[in-house]
Write a protein that binds this ligand. Structure first.
Ligand SMILES: NC(=O)c1ccc[n+]([C@@H]2O[C@H](COP(=O)([O-])OP(=O)(O)OC[C@H]3O[C@@H](n4cnc5c(N)ncnc54)[C@H](OP(=O)(O)O)[C@@H]3O)[C@@H](O)[C@H]2O)c1
Length: 166
């Protein structure tokens, strides 16, 4: 399991239950990486998508207490149900947010694919600062890429102490 995220210079990920930037190059990377695989998200992230609809061509697993059962994605109500659903799923598993789900699942992720945006988005939701986390080491970092007026870098952090799924 891997986390995939874009963060601003303060490790901010969103504001007002929305993304802070429109980043076509990052969206392309996100789509290429996750398509055909499994994505895991929290209820707020699903509600933040256009029309509150899940992502196409991926198995969407949503952790939520409030949401009704639905046909277009797998809704799980607890961490135990989430871990069972992940174990039942074929394909690579990507944790796609938001703050609460990243915090919950990061210890179980073997890597975090972090797109760093060289800007301050005024966030109210954050990703853990992996540069201050001794478990995570920066494994690779791309050259800077320009997209929609922003400079971004694609970074991979490796988790050196992955917790096995219970
Ligand atoms: N920059 C990025 O790459 C990126 C990616 C994704 C999201 N984001 C941003 O992240 C922000 C949202 O973060 P967030 O923390 O508010 O929302 P979230 O993690 O997407 O969802 C939180 C919700 O998940 C459910 N939940 C959490 N823990 C649970 C548990 N143990 N059992 C059952 N359900 C549980 C609850 O859903 P219910 O309320 O439905 O019960 C809770 O309200 C937004 O600003 C979004 O745009 C950024």
């Amino acid at each position: 399991m891997k986390a995939i995220v874009h963060v601003d210079k303060n490790w901010g990920i969103g504001r007002g239950n929305a993304l802070m930037f429109r980043l076509p190059e990052d969206m392309k990377f996100f789509k290429q990486t996750t398509t055909g695989n499994v994505v895991v998200m929290g209820g707020n992230t699903l509600r933040s998508f256009p029309g509150g609809r899940p992502l196409k061509d991926r198995k969407n697993i949503v952790l939520s207490r409030a949401m009704e059962e639905r046909e277009d994605c797998t809704v799980v109500r607890s961490e135990a149900q989430l871990f069972a659903a992940i174990k039942d799923s074929a394909g690579e598993v990507y944790v796609i947010g938001g703050e609460s789900i990243y915090t919950l699942l990061l210890p179980y992720c073997e890597a975090a694919l972090v797109t760093k945006v060289m800007a301050d988005g005024g966030a109210d939701a954050f990703f853990p600062n992996l540069d201050g986390d001794a478990s995570f080491v920066l494994e690779s970092r791309s050259a800077p890429v320009q997209t929609n007026g922003y400079t971004i870098e694609f970074c991979t952090y490796k988790n050196t102490c992955v917790r096995p799924l219970p």
